[in-house]
Design a protein around this ligand. Sequence first.
Ligand SMILES: Nc1ncnc2c1ncn2[C@@H]1O[C@H](COP(=O)(O)OP(=O)(O)OP(=O)(O)O)[C@@H](O)[C@H]1O
Length: 256
Amino acid sequence: MELQPTQNKQVTSNHEKILELKNLTIDFGGLRAVNNVNLTVNRGELRGLIGPNGAGKSTIFKLIMGIHSPTAGQVILKENDITKTSTWQRARLGIGIKMQIPGVFGELTGYENIRIAAQNYVVPNEIDEEINRLAKLVGIEHLLEHEVNNLSHGQQQWLEIAMTLSSKPELLLLDEPVAGMGPEETAFTAEIVQRLNKNGVSIIFIDHDMEFVRKISERVTVLHQGATFAEGSIAEIESNQEVIEIYLGSDVYEGA
Ligand SMILES: Nc1ncnc2c1ncn2[C@@H]1O[C@H](COP(=O)(O)OP(=O)(O)OP(=O)(O)O)[C@@H](O)[C@H]1O
């Protein structure tokens, strides 16, 4: 799907499911890292995924992207079972992921980094235009000529978001997009995420920064010990006594 016109979210969401996880389970040896998770995300949603360290959040992202194969259960994308589909094909089908660990090349410029990602998806004579489009989409046109080693942590994260967008994902997975950022970088990241979502990209993000989660989430899913623990609006989640006990009332999430 093109990321161009701003779409009316009432129309795009309309309860059309973009992703369904059905009884999803994965064991690592004796450890059940994800335990019978059922999760539905509608098209156009901006969904937060929160929970204590080790709850299984990143593992769920890797199961959605096909980096791990589940022990049991299914991953359904736009009504199609993609449980056995390769990671590469899932990218072609519309899933993009920005992992926690940065994947940029420090000795290259911003432009060259985006070029590496974009060349998988456009023909050579369109690449310049595409790199500029992606940089503009994220708001980092001014960083294109800089060597990445000279960019701040936040700027490198934004660059990586631009690289992830080269596959034109309909469903974007962001693993801790504001980890290690100060307030200004966090605020700009919130703007980026909201802008992409308004442009029609469905987004699931993981974060421990509750101010960020509160600012951008419409709906939040809480994971605990590999299982879905609670789901609701941010107001419902923040006033849920059990969620406060297992996560929000502890120091675990602050600056984690
Ligand atoms: N490849 C792996 N092999 C073995 N165990 C793993 C593997 N990946 C994750 N785990 C374990 O699975 C559990 C869930 O890990 P996961 O990284 O998904 O948690 P998380 O909720 O993302 O945590 P955090 O908030 O700290 O990033 C943890 O106990 C972790 O040690």
